[in-house]
Design a protein around this ligand. Structure first.
Ligand SMILES: Cc1ncc(COP(=O)(O)O)c(C=O)c1O
Length: 459
């Protein structure tokens, strides 16, 4: 607790009143707030956020998997400030300097050949744009329009994103969703029954092949996948899974869309997970770490082939426009963010601290409620189970997260199976996290899990 940063109680009470009366918060029933009030977060530096009472927490989720360079970077704020003074806004119907520079920078660091960038404001919008690009591309190929996605995948909040998402609880409230979207299994080894990861990868590739043939290859426009599933319980794929899925897509002339909204910009220890797993997607969706969330920005990047297909002689081009796409201040912040990511070699830190974090998390496997530990780089999941292996319920997981928070560590939770409770604890810290901070995260999680175990056994 740091009283120097504590806000006056009266001020906090007034904020709480305004919030309670007018802000609609995500993913909760507001009636629950009487029992579990939200924190008022007022400041953040590095990996640490501080609430209005002056209590500090290690933010082991980097906000929502996004503050890759850590909090409190003055250079990013200054880059945005300078740009706001110079040219606060102009639509991308014309050229603006930060957007041109950022697109060129992205073309330099994206997988070879992915070189054309459409700017948006969020991951969801990047995904919807990818979907529309796939459909527009498919129209030129005899009406291919279906998109294949995966159970457990998460692709965003818009109707397009929700339709591609493969989790029951994120879809059901909004049905009927978009037609023409088909889901296949995710490479979820833990409950797959496969003996080896290679077997699972082969099984997934065979299923994709069979589904495309069954639907009719001439009707399928694209296959979309997060290289590492994030919001579906952190599911890293078998080493050759993406290559095998790429082969199937190529065989049938289907576009491969890699949704790198979480995995992009160093999260897995490489700049992009497509690099880590050795594939070149046709389309990529980006957001979060693109600006480390200092300002909202996303992008849909495509290969020159896809771009050229939509810009053939006599074609109208891609008929979509958004007011804030390529916003100069967001692009300036993103450019500075990319400079920091490269300058401080945060991919290397993600690999180094990620290995230490993974090894420490693996040692929690001796706690009976830990069913699985999985991850890569700085994205990890700890799937929690009941004694019989069934997913641990939401209430118990909520308590474990509260215990960790009391000890100053913010963790996340997501569903482990497509129609199950949020029984996977997620860890996705800023890429600047130190070894000592990572150790503390695991120490607190271990203590919270042991407390849960002792309460369960009445000990
Ligand atoms: C893989 C993936 N795609 C898309 C999105 C949607 O991004 P946003 O919340 O910025 O709209 C998310 C958000 O978590 C995501 O994880």
């Amino acid at each position: 607790m740091n009283p120097a940063t504590a806000w006056a109680e009266r001020e906090v009470a007034a904020l709480r009143e305004q919030d309670a009366a007018h802000v609609w918060h995500p993913l909760l029933n507001h009636r629950s707030l009487a029992k579990s009030p939200l924190s008022v977060m007022v400041q953040a530096r590095g990996c640490t956020v501080t609430d209005a009472g002056g209590k500090s927490y290690i933010d082991a989720m980097a906000g929502l998997w996004c503050v890759n360079i850590g909090y409190g970077r003055k250079e990013v704020a200054e880059a945005a400030y300078r740009q706001l003074l110079e040219l606060p806004y102009y639509p991308l119907t014309q050229i603006n300097p930060p957007a041109a520079r950022l697109a060129a920078k992205l073309a330099e660091i994206l997988p070879k050949g992915v070189s054309r960038v459409w700017f948006v404001n969020s991951g969801s919008e990047a995904v919807d744009t990818a979907l529309k690009i796939a459909r527009a591309w498919g129209k030129l190929r005899g009406g291919r329009h279906k998109i294949i996605a995966r159970y457990q995948g998460y692709h965003g909040a818009t109707i397009g994103g929700a339709s591609l998402t493969g989790q029951t609880h994120r879809r059901r409230q909004f049905e009927p969703l978009l037609p023409g979207i088909i889901h296949v299994q995710a490479p979820y080894f833990y409950r797959s029954g496969a003996r080896t990861e290679e077997e699972l990868a082969a099984r997934c590739a065979e299923e994709l092949d069979a589904v495309i043939r069954y639907q009719g290859p001439d009707t399928v426009a694209a296959f979309i996948a997060e290289p590492v599933i994030g919001g579906g319980g952190v599911i890293p794929p078998p080493a050759d899974y993406l290559k095998r899925m790429r082969e199937v897509c190529t065989r049938y002339g289907v576009l491969m869309i890699c949704d790198e909204v979480i995995t992009g910009f160093g999260r897995t220890g490489e700049m992009f997970a497509s690099d880590l797993y050795g594939v070149r997607p046709d389309v990529m969706t980006l957001a979060k770490g693109l600006s480390s969330a200092y300002l909202p920005i996303g992008a849909t990047a495509v290969t020159e082939e896809v771009f050229q297909a939509l810009n053939a002689e006599g074609d109208p081009g891609f008929l979509q426009i958004n007011t804030y796409g390529g916003h100069p201040a967001s692009c300036a912040a993103a450019l500075k963010n990319l400079e920091i990511l490269a300058g401080e070699d945060l991919c290397a830190n993600a690999r180094k601290v990620g290995a230490r974090l993974g090894a420490a998390l693996a040692r929690l496997r001796d706690i009976p409620s830990v069913g699985d530990v999985r991850g890569v780089g700085l994205i990890w999941g700890v799937e929690l189970v009941e004694e019989d292996g069934a997913p641990l319920g939401n209430d118990a997981v909520g308590r474990i997260l509260r215990y960790a928070r009391e000890e100053g560590v913010i963790l996340g939770k997501n569903a482990g199976i497509a129609d199950g409770p949020s029984n996977t604890i997620t860890i996705s810290p800023p890429l600047v996290i130190t070894g000592a901070e990572a150790d503390r995260v695991v120490e607190v999680l271990g203590a919270a899990l042991r407390r849960h175990m002792s309460e369960r056994t009445g000990g």
